[in-house]
Design a protein around this ligand. Structure first.
Ligand SMILES: [Zn+2]
Length: 318
């Protein structure tokens, strides 16, 4: 490791072309110091998830005056189309095949627009030694960091990031993992330790979440020795497995969630979480119950629900 004052550059990277012939591009920040690892950090794959970009602006203020060993690559808004449209996913007008950017990684140069965008970003990712994908959940999702089972290096990143909860996906056997096109799955498959951070909450800047994000990133950079000083590891991070079946709607209608439950609560298997009613006939459509005993980490509070939609996420103790 060789610490040297940061040289910062910000460049435009052309990712694709709109029907009008205009470019889709992103700003790429590079903070280069002495010899050391490369850490890639991106935010705003989903256009309403704003605490990631807000955290990255604060990280920028720290990094430009720092001495680092290695390189930090930051793309604060990876999904320009969804961000400008202020929508979670990319409007179908741009890509009817793949509205969710986080389902097309590692992308395809000759594919649909979003597959192209991902492929041209992937060139930045594939040479990294570690990667972070910043997301923002709803107010009714526990702030947490996610990584894959059986990947101790990614677990160290998660521990260093330091949210109160760490969710472990999948099984120890990586070959069991379905390739789902998420950034994290594609990056892990490329052998790069990676975490997804779900800060809370979307559509607005939540200063507590922004602080969690920037503190987590700085501590993660210390853990990788990109920043000098010891990482402050959070020994009491609650580790949960994300292996319970999600609670989903089997009917469409109005979901009335029990008022006396909240994220972070432990629920029992089959415990009633709420009820879906037909708002026109007043008939009860579904008694919504927990699939397993575990910690509620997400809960639908937007009450119009459609069949198949996720109503709650439950994680089980490791
Ligand atoms: Zn997201």
């Amino acid at each position: 490791m060789e610490y040297a004052p940061v040289t910062h550059t910000a460049t435009d990277r052309r990712l694709g072309e709109l029907p009008s012939g205009r470019d889709v591009s992103v700003t790429v920040h590079r903070y280069v110091g002495g010899a050391g690892p490369t850490v890639y950090i991106q935010a705003a794959q989903h256009g309403i998830e704003l605490n990631g970009p807000a955290a990255l602006r604060r990280l920028h203020d720290h990094l430009i005056d720092a001495s680092v060993a290695g390189t930090v690559i930051v793309v604060p808004v990876v999904n320009q189309l969804a961000f400008d449209h202020r929508s979670y996913m990319t409007p179908g007008e741009y890509d009817v095949m793949n509205p969710n950017l986080n389902r097309v990684w590692p992308g395809d140069e000759s594919g649909s627009l979003q597959e192209q965008l991902a492929a041209r970003l992937w060139a930045l990712v594939e040479d990294a030694d570690a990667a972070v994908d910043l997301h923002t959940g709803t107010a009714d999702m526990l702030a947490h960091v996610r990584c894959r089972a059986g990947d101790p290096d990614a677990e160290r990143l998660a521990e260093a990031f330091g949210t109160d909860y760490r969710l472990i996906d999948g099984t120890e056997d990586a070959s069991d993992d379905e390739p789902d096109g998420t950034f994290r799955a594609a990056t892990a498959a490329a052998g790069i330790p990676v975490i997804t951070a779900e800060l809370s909450n979307s559509r607005r800047i939540a200063l507590g979440a922004v602080k969690d994000g920037v503190d987590g990133l700085q501590n993660l950079l210390r853990e990788r020795a990109v920043l000098p000083a010891e990482a402050d590891l959070q020994a009491d991070q609650t580790v949960l497995r994300n292996d319970a079946d999600p609670v989903t709607a089997t009917a469409s209608g109005l979901f009335e969630c029990r008022t006396d439950i909240a994220i972070g609560d432990t629920v029992d298997a089959s415990e009633r979480l709420g009820t879906i009613y037909d708002p026109s006939s007043f008939e009860q459509q579904q008694v919504v119950s927990a699939t397993e005993r575990g910690v509620l980490y997400s809960l639908a509070r937007e009450s119009v629900v459609v069949k198949g939609e996720r109503l709650a996420g439950i994680a089980t103790p490791r």
